[in-house]
Design a protein around this ligand. Sequence first.
Ligand code: PLP
Length: 496
Amino acid sequence: MGMGNTHKSSSWDAEDSLTAQPVAQSLDPTDWTDFREQAHAMLDDVISHIASVRENLVWQPQPQENRDAFRKSLPRAPRELDVVLGDVREKIMPYATGNLHPLFMGWVHGAGTPVGMVAEMVAAGLNMNCGGRDHVGIDVEKQIVGWMREALSYPETANGLFVTGSSMANFLAVTIAKTEKLGVGSRSEGLGAAGQKLVAYTSAEAHGCIAQAMQLSGIGSANLRQVAVDASGRMMMSHLQMMIAADRAAGLLPFLVVGTAGTVNTGAVDPLDAIADIAARENLWFHVDGAIGALAVLSDELRPKFAGIEKSQSVALDFHKWGQVPYDAGFLLVRDGAAQKRTIAQPAAYLQRADRGLAAGETWPCDLGPDLSRGFRALKTWMTIETLGTEKIGQSIAGSCANARHLAARLAAHQFFEIKAPVALNIVCFGIRGKGSDFVRELVLDLQEEGLAAPSWTTIDGQLVVRCALVNHRTTEADLDAFVDMLIRYVENKAG
Ligand SMILES: *Cc1c(COP(=O)(O)O)cnc(C)c1O
């Protein structure tokens, strides 16, 4: 394709511009001084929001008129920045998720840090496209890859990249494992060409995104075996071996085993070292879903629980959970960076590389993941790790586990409560003695709606239980004591 006919002649442009009305096309503010003032005030307000989070409700439901404010038709005309910022202050900030608050314990939510917020502001200001090319954004991301290699004892040949979250990282890992088993030809020929059905293994406690990844990749979740777990929620090796043998005998093609480092229900850590051995013997790709737990290797105290993670072929992890980096900051690390590239890189004329200039660099992030245009997630991660240091982050992670033990001990000591699952890391599941699922549902929803605390729930042995995931670096033992008192009052009031 030549360039000749892609530009109109300059004489045509000149003639056209004589008759056309001048169009104000820049979207920058006309008054920078005013803009600066308003932006500074907004920054101050967000800092105050974070600094005073403990004094506010954890969460509050939106009144209908607030929801209605976000159901307007497409605005054609501009509104003044101060008016729009007024909406941000009044209609958005008070109704945020609540995960900054020390008594937010639902699901597995990171709390963010003020420095992460500043990083997001800088990243948006620079507005880099980190899909590739030769600029500092790529080097900062490579720094994080290097740090994760070091933290997880991976070799120099490992590569990785930021993705939205572990759901995406797990999906990519399934896809890479599939391509490595079937060969790169499967990228064009599809799964059918293999002539043999692929099967993967994970525990019955694995996150739902593993089954979803099997579905999205076309392999099918019916070909994901759910290996039974022991009383602590850990994958049973005898069961894994039996299933692999049965599938081989049936002519199927085992290709992948996914171990979980911190299950979403109870925080259990699969026996990663034993899985690594079986995977090596059976020639399976060993992937670790470390969404919750992988970063716990930063704690000297917790690292031994994750022994064997360094033998995996890939690890998915979330900086936005225990790493406290603001959403979103998922990450995939792959032992064999070349395998990752074989599965994903898609050469294109407009993405040709050079040995100098802006198009320099052999491997770009877009060769390692499906996103071409990507933001600068690496900056908030880099700034968080640089300003805090991994020792402090590791201590904060260990602190969450100590908090979980404290909460479990307080609950276990009171007649009202019973602990429903062993506390392996940072998740405490409990029931109310003599009360069933309906009571638990009401209790959780009442606490959330009153803005006092935000636990969530899960189902264990067919019964709904209260589930507290302690992830927040702001949570103290005193907060948890207040939470237990709150629970006691609630149960007493309901009984009385
Ligand atoms: C949160 C979580 C995921 C999904 O990660 P996202 O970042 O939410 O996409 C996967 N596995 C486990 C164990 C998780 O806790």
